[in-house]
Design a protein. Structure first.
Lengths: 341, 435
């Protein structure tokens, strides 16, 4: 055990400390790196405990049959086999994509229009930005209960439809009514968030471009689609990618919208609101089939991975010759700039 | 300079050491005993709001009467979380409550892991058996004969009906007369036809057909899976409940609205639905939902006879630090006298029939026009059948309820829906080892 005498300090204290650590504290030795590593360790420790371990454990679980308490039974790939034959699972996959499409496309379009309007000189734009962002930080459960009343048979949505002479819609009792209700809630929640991202992108566009457009006599509509959209392309693609990843994990809206003490109401009539994550939750946490739920989680991972690769290819399709190491953001940026010209 | 480095390092060291010690301390505490109450002077009890009497729990926290030194401290766990919290703690073998509440659906899901709970017979449960309802007592036992639950409250069922709507439709409308008029589900449907034709505003008979399916099902001693782990959901006792429900829909007597939704609340307060087939615990919900209809409702015997719907149990986990003390607490908390207090305070319906005769339970309820609910629910609780629930009841019945909803809301062909429900249930159960 090496002891370093500190000319200005207390050698005894240093010695005790060295003894406690049980390793050399000689300058230049490995010990020097211990304090900084320890200092950053909380993140890694927490990530290992709450991130890595559950992920690996769920992979292990997906090969087992387990009710959450007793002994596990190894079943190999059977859970995956059962899952691939489970019509409800496939129904939930289709539902998830349908709801994703119904929500993401209008949401991104609305967010773009909102961002454009907020970017122009309007009064109270600060207050408006806050107002549009508030849905994103509102408790989803509270919000879903409000929407439950809006979409009731005698609710606000149908009252408005009847006021303008249309028939009411079975918002929570028909296939497309259910999907639209869930999609509308997602749009309401995320439109402000994406509008802020677009707004940040807009503010990066030099004002000369807007001035030039105005000098050339372009109206707002033309400015939006001929000037703004091309320049915003990388930001739009970022928003599309993140919305896709979020959209494939829809859960709370469907869960709370059809929450009831009655049996078998999860996902609503015809299970048209049953999403992949909601089905996972029902199987794992309501019916205590943890192996089945874990297998579903990994199939969802595979679906998202495939979807992300497809996305990547679509986005980077014409940029094969570019340096791929610069990552998707770089590709997006270059593509955006080139298309913007 | 050097001094400053020293202090910074020392600060870092002290804080890290502190965090480490805290972690060690936590794990050390869990390792010595799996009980959540290890190292304290009380036993821990998990329950959800409304499951137990707050007043009696306050007493138990100070000390269980007649048991010197025994204290029980209750922790409220949200209704939706308690099952997964209990499972998580049992799987982790740490921070397990000594005593926990399990509801009627959940008790059976613990049967495959029955050894996680203490067998209450070994603590002398048989000595108080005579005080409790027979069917409730039977339901505390696992197929292997282990008693893992203790009777908490019961959920006897009755037919709730709107006396005013019955009267205006020219039907018998006093509870005894209605009971005589509607002894069976078939007569119930006939009454529905009259209501729809002659009642004011053409009221529906039921809010949705799933409720009727549920009640007809609970009247059967057999459910979806028998005690030998065989799927019996494709048999006559289920088919009868299914056909009754579909017949109500075919005759257009169902409003087709899910309970608890804003539409349901509007229909109940607006008099669009004339009856409810449910348990005693639905009274408070109905009073909240439709306060303006107070005085118009009455209670009578369920068509085809009463059954039990819901109700809870108390269980002792195997990590319980003081099994004798905990069982003494159960006997005290759930004694006939204290169940009576719980009924008065929390409307928890007693599982001790001796309580039903007590004058305190015979209070007229203005919501039911001065009728005494106990006159209907008391006999119903005593006549409910003994039913065997398997651990897989939820997985088995979900497809049937879903397909009934599909028939009612989306117009699916009932025969196809029946085949789909049977197939889905059989497939799901075969994965769980039910043949």
């Amino acid at each position: 055990m090496a002891t370093v005498l500190d000319p200005a300090g207390a050698p005894a204290a240093e010695e005790r400390r060295a003894a406690r650590r049980g390793r050399s504290t000689a300058p230049g030795g490995r010990g020097r790196h211990v304090p900084p590593l320890l200092a950053v360790s909380p993140f890694y420790v927490l990530f290992a405990v709450f991130g890595t371990f559950p992920v690996l454990y769920s992979l292990y679980l997906s090969f087992q049959d387990w009710d959450g308490i007793g002994d596990m039974r190894f079943v190999g790939l059977k859970q995956y086999g059962w899952l691939l034959q489970d019509s409800v699972f496939w129904h939930s996959v289709v539902n998830t994509f349908e709801i994703w499409f119904l929500s993401t496309v209008p949401m991104l379009f609305l967010a773009l229009v909102l961002a454009f309007l907020l970017h122009s000189q309007v009064r109270f734009s600060g207050a408006l930005r806050v107002a549009y962002f508030i849905p994103n930080v509102t408790s989803m459960v509270a919000m879903t209960i409000v929407f439950g009343s809006v979409f009731a048979q005698a609710g606000l949505a149908n009252s408005v439809l009847r006021a303008v002479g249309l028939d009411g819609v079975g918002w929570l009792s028909s296939e497309w009514g259910i999907k639209s209700s869930v999609a509308i809630m997602i749009i309401w929640r995320w439109v402000g968030y994406n509008a802020l991202i677009f707004l940040a992108g807009l503010q990066a566009i030099p004002t000369e471009h807007f001035e030039a457009a105005r000098v050339d006599g372009a109206n707002s509509w033309q400015t939006l689609f001929r000037v703004v959209v091309p320049q915003l392309r990388p930001v739009i693609l970022f928003a599309a990618v993140t919305s896709t990843i979020n959209g494939l994990q829809i859960f709370t809206e469907s869960q709370v919208l059809f929450q009831s003490t009655d049996v078998g109401t999860t996902g609503g009539p015809g299970q048209e609101g049953m999403t992949i994550v909601l089905y996972l939750w029902q199987k794992a946490f309501k019916e205590h089939q943890f192996g089945y739920g874990a297998a579903m989680g990994w199939l969802l991972f595979a679906i998202i991975a495939i979807f992300t690769i497809v996305n990547w290819r679509l986005v980077s399709g014409s940029d094969r010759d570019d340096d791929r190491r610069s990552g998707i953001a770089g590709l997006l940026r270059r593509k955006g700039v080139r298309n913007g010209r | 300079m050097d001094h400053r480095t020293m202090t910074r390092r020392r600060l870092l060291g002290v804080s890290l050491g502190g965090a480490g010690a805290a972690l060690l301390g936590m794990s050390g505490c869990g390792a010595s005993s799996g009980s959540a109450s290890a190292g304290t002077d009380h036993l821990s009890l998990w329950y959800w709001k409304g499951a137990l009497s707050d007043k009696l729990l306050a007493t138990a926290k100070r000390g269980v009467p007649g048991m010197p030194g025994l204290k029980v401290r209750g922790s409220q766990i949200p209704d939706g979380d308690i099952d997964s919290k209990v499972r998580t703690s049992l799987a982790a073998r740490a921070y397990v409550p000594d005593i926990t509440v399990a509801n009627s659906d959940n008790l059976a899901t613990f049967f495959p892991d029955e050894n996680e709970f203490l067998d209450l017979r070994t603590l002398g449960a048989e000595s108080v058996r005579d005080s409790y309802l027979d069917w409730k007592w039977e339901s505390c036992f696992t197929p292997s004969g282990r008693m893992i639950g203790f009777p908490l409250d019961a959920g006897p069922t009755a037919l709730y009906y709107r006396r005013d709507l019955f009267q205006k439709a020219g039907l018998p409308h006093e509870p005894e007369d209605v009971a005589e008029e509607i002894p069976t589900w078939e007569k119930f449907i006939a009454t529905g036809r009259t209501l729809r034709a002659k009642g004011p505003g053409k009221p529906y008979l039921v809010s949705n057909i799933g409720n009727v399916f549920q009640q007809a099902l609970l009247q059967s001693p057999k459910q979806f899976v028998d005690a030998d782990n065989r799927f019996i959901g494709d048999q006559q006792h289920i088919r009868r409940a299914w056909d009754l429900s579909v017949e109500i829909l075919r005759q257009r007597l169902s409003a087709g609205i899910t309970d608890g939704t804003p539409d349901f609340n509007a229909a109940m307060s607006g008099g669009r639905v004339a009856t409810m087939t449910t348990a005693v615990w639905a009274i408070n919900g109905l009073k909240d939902t439709a306060p303006k209809t107070s005085g118009t409702w009455r209670l009578t015997t369920m068509p085809d006879g009463p059954a039990n719907y819901g109700g809870s149990y108390l269980t002792l986990t195997r990590y319980c630090r003081d099994p004798e003390g905990a069982f003494a607490f159960l006997k005290w908390l759930l004694s006939p006298a204290n169940q009576l207090k719980s009924y008065q305070e929390m409307a928890l319906f007693p599982t001790t029939p001796a309580s039903y005769a007590d004058p305190a339970m015979h209070t007229p309820d203005p919501f039911f026009g001065g009728q005494q609910p106990i006159d209907v629910f008391g006999p119903a609780a005593q006549k409910a059948p003994v039913v065997y629930f398997s651990p897989y009841e939820d997985s088995a019945k979900i497809p049937f309820f879903q397909e009934l909803t599909n028939v009612e809301m989306l117009g699916k062909n009932p025969d196809r829906a029946w085949r789909d429900a049977v197939n889905t249930a059989a497939t799901t159960l075969s994965r769980l080892g039910v043949s």
